[in-house]
Each structure stands twice: as structure tokens, then as C-alpha cells.
Design a protein around this ligand. Structure first.
Ligand SMILES: Nc1ncnc2c1ncn2[C@@H]1O[C@H](COP(=O)(O)OP(=O)(O)O)[C@@H](O)[C@H]1O
Ligand SMILES: [Mg+2]
Length: 224
């Protein structure tokens, strides 16, 4: 069984009296430990797809199976639990909690999976060091640059060591050197821990790190 199996997934939105079909019978298979890059024009449904993969939203039709769990049939509370256990999100706009410092932001996400405070503290420090923020662990988001906040968000997603990492433009605010170091770090985790990555981007540079590039167009994926 593949780690990710999407069969005939439909998803649309209804707003101000108008229906938009975004995903139209989308099929997808991904194996454990793959790094996939998803490209596609703005508005093609990339974020919609990540939301379905991560159990943030549910499809209108079709089936979403992740790591043996048919999440498309889950209730809201089971979806919450699934997300906590198995998914790391790197959002386009970081979503850091402004009243917590960098380390506390990472620890908070770990607390949802483990109560071992000493282990969580060590894990948070390890991942903040990996993203090059050893000296800024006590800084609050507002005391960090955009690129630094992005690295905290990356550390937060990866520190849980989830089976699935979903990233929306993860290196959008990083310079070339940082981008390379962040992508190499993700590659190492992919290889070392067998994490599976879905990376949505417009940046053709990221293709070289991926195992497969998929193009989202007219509600379906195709190999690019
Ligand atoms: N919550 C929502 N309500 C209504 N329309 C939405 C919603 N989210 C996304 N859309 C629409 O669905 C389409 C796909 O959006 P999105 O998945 O964000 O695309 P992308 O990430 O590729 O830019 C767009 O036309 C967008 O306007
Ligand atoms: Mg988007």
C-alpha cells in the first residue's frame, strides 16, 4: 500500500452564490520517503490539495488514504488527532504564535504528541539548531526577520518527525544559501527518517531536490 492514495478526489467551494470546482477527480499515489514538488498556476488548487492531504479539510467526493487511514471518512475530532500524530505543516505565512518565543513555538507542537517536557525541550533545541537559529531560540516572532520566522515554522513542523510534511512555498522568504541549507536538511530527514514531503512552490530551483515533480492543472495532477 502506498503512503498516500487519493482516488477520484473532488473538491469545490461555494461562496457568494457561486460554485467553483477546484479538484476534479484527482488521483495520486506517493510512497513513504518520497519528496514531491507540486507546481501549478495561482488558483489551481495547490493549497486545497495540501489541506486535503493533511486533514485540514475534507473532499466532496472520492477517497483520501494516508498511512493506512481513510481520513476522508473521519469525523472532525479524529481528523484533529490524525493531524497531531502524523502531519507537519509549513504554512506560507508561518502561523507562529506571537506571545511564545521561538523555542516555545516548537515545544507547543511537540506537546500535542508527547508529555515528556525534557525530551521536547531537547528536540526543540535540536531542530532550531538545524535551521540555524541556535542563538535566537528565546526571541519572539516579532523580533525575528521573515526568513527567521520561516525557519522557526520549518523547525516546528519537522521536530515532530511526522510521517508526512506538507509545505506551501517553504523557502519563499529565504536567500539562495539558506534555501539550499533548508532543502538539504529536509533531504536528510527524508532519507534518515523516511519522512514524505509534499512541497508546493513556484520556484523551479526546488525541483532538483525532489524525486518527482507534479503539475496541478484543471483539477488534476500530471507528471511534469
Ligand atoms: N475557502 C474558500 N472559499 C471559496 N473559494 C476558495 C476557498 N479556498 C480557495 N478557494 C478558491 O479555490 C481556488 C483554488 O484555491 P487554492 O487552493 O488556494 O489555489 P492555489 O493554492 O493553487 O493558489 C481559487 O479559485 C480560490 O479562490
Ligand atoms: Mg496557495
Amino acid at each position: 500500500m502506498s503512503l498516500v492514495e487519493l482516488d477520484g478526489v473532488d473538491k469545490g467551494y461555494f461562496s457568494s452564490g457561486e460554485a467553483t470546482e477546484v479538484l476534479k477527480g484527482l488521483d495520486l499515489r506517493a510512497e513513504k520517503g518520497e519528496m514531491l514538488v507540486i507546481m501549478g498556476p495561482s488558483g489551481s488548487g495547490k493549497t486545497t490539495l495540501l489541506n486535503l492531504l493533511g486533514g485540514i479539510d475534507v473532499p466532496d467526493g472520492g477517497r483520501v488514504l494516508i498511512d493506512g487511514e481513510e481520513i476522508s471518512s473521519y469525523s472532525a475530532s479524529r481528523l484533529n488527532d490524525f493531524r497531531r500524530r502524523k502531519v507537519g505543516f509549513i504554512f506560507q505565512f508561518y502561523n507562529l504564535i506571537p506571545t511564545l518565543n521561538a523555542k516555545e513555538n516548537v515545544e507547543l507542537s511537540l506537546e500535542t504528541v508527547s508529555r515528556d517536557r525534557a525530551a521536547n525541550s531537547a528536540r526543540a533545541e535540536k531542530y532550531l539548531e538545524l535551521v540555524g537559529l541556535k542563538d535566537k531560540m528565546r526571541n519572539f516572532p516579532q523580533e525575528l526577520s521573515g526568513g527567521e520566522q520561516q525557519r522557526v515554522a520549518i523547525a516546528r513542523a519537522l521536530a515532530k518527525e511526522p510521517v508526512l510534511v506538507l509545505a506551501d512555498e517553504p523557502t519563499g522568504n529565504l536567500d539562495g544559501r539558506r534555501e539550499d541549507s533548508v532543502m538539504r536538511m529536509m533531504k536528510e530527514l527524508q532519507e534518515g527518517l523516511g519522512m514524505t514531503f509534499f512541497i508546493v512552490t513556484h520556484n523551479h530551483n526546488l525541483k532538483k531536490y525532489s524525486d518527482r515533480v507534479l503539475e496541478l492543472d484543471d483539477g488534476k495532477l500530471s507528471g511534469a
